[in-house]
Design a protein around this ligand. Structure first.
Ligand SMILES: Cc1cc2nc3c(=O)[nH]c(=O)nc-3n(C[C@H](O)[C@H](O)[C@H](O)COP(=O)(O)O)c2cc1C
Length: 194
């Protein structure tokens, strides 16, 4: 496999989460989203279960998603309803060019420990993050909104054994590419050499 290692380092280390208030409003071309999804599909997967499932929202689809999560919040909140939370759920998706819901589909035999399927989906999300970054596009993974609401699963094509793992927001950045921040890797590694 031939790759440019310096470019690979640069891509991985400069990958950033870029948030909806940093998007210009421009809509990303469908072909680019298609390439981002294709790269998600090449994530590692134990026993080739390929557990990632995505719904892609754009255009009026974003309004549909926004309304769905806001209305579901209202149903669930009952006495604790907070209008500002409703408004946030109902408007934030509209800042994105596309939103991809991130689902983990459990295989029928449940032959793999669930954590491994979640890991495979996370790898698929990283592939999307990196591909978006390589195109100069902004994206971020959020576990807000309907992520942990069981009642929401069906809307995203998932059943009760599956998991909704959040949403990847995508947009064209209008701001400077942000600086990253990490503590040294040496603090998180032990070497065993003899
Ligand atoms: C599983 C997961 C869930 C995340 N959920 C949120 C979230 O709900 N809200 C948010 O602002 N960022 C969320 N993030 C993005 C992190 O805030 C971001 O990765 C972190 O600040 C490091 O910044 P970087 O991605 O630019 O390196 C999430 C990231 C991961 C991996």
């Amino acid at each position: 496999m031939e790759t440019n290692i310096q470019e690979t380092h640069r891509l991985i280390r400069n990958r950033r989460s870029i948030y909806p208030n940093m998007y210009s409003g421009e809509v990303i071309k469908r072909e680019v989203i298609q390439e981002i999804l294709e790269n998600a599909n090449w994530a590692p997967t134990h026993k080739l279960t390929e557990p990632w499932r995505f719904s892609v929202f754009t255009g009026d689809g974003l309004k549909k998603l926004a309304r769905f999560q806001a209305d579901l919040y209202k149903d669930k909140a009952k006495g604790n309803f907070d209008q500002s939370q409703f408004d946030k759920l109902n408007t934030k998706p509209l800042l994105a060019s596309h939103i991809i819901s991130i689902g983990m589909k459990r295989d029928d035999n449940e032959s793999i420990p669930e954590i491994e399927e979640v890991c495979a989906v996370a790898c698929a999300v990283q592939n999307m993050y990196l591909t978006a970054g390589a195109y100069g596009l902004g994206c971020y993974w959020t576990t807000g909104g309907a992520t942990y609401w069981d009642e929401a699963k069906q809307f995203f094509g998932l059943n009760s054994h599956d998991k909704l793992m959040g949403f990847l927001y995508l947009g064209v950045p209008k701001t400077k590419w942000p600086q990253g921040r990490r503590t040294p890797i040496a603090d998180k590694v032990q070497w065993v050499e003899n």
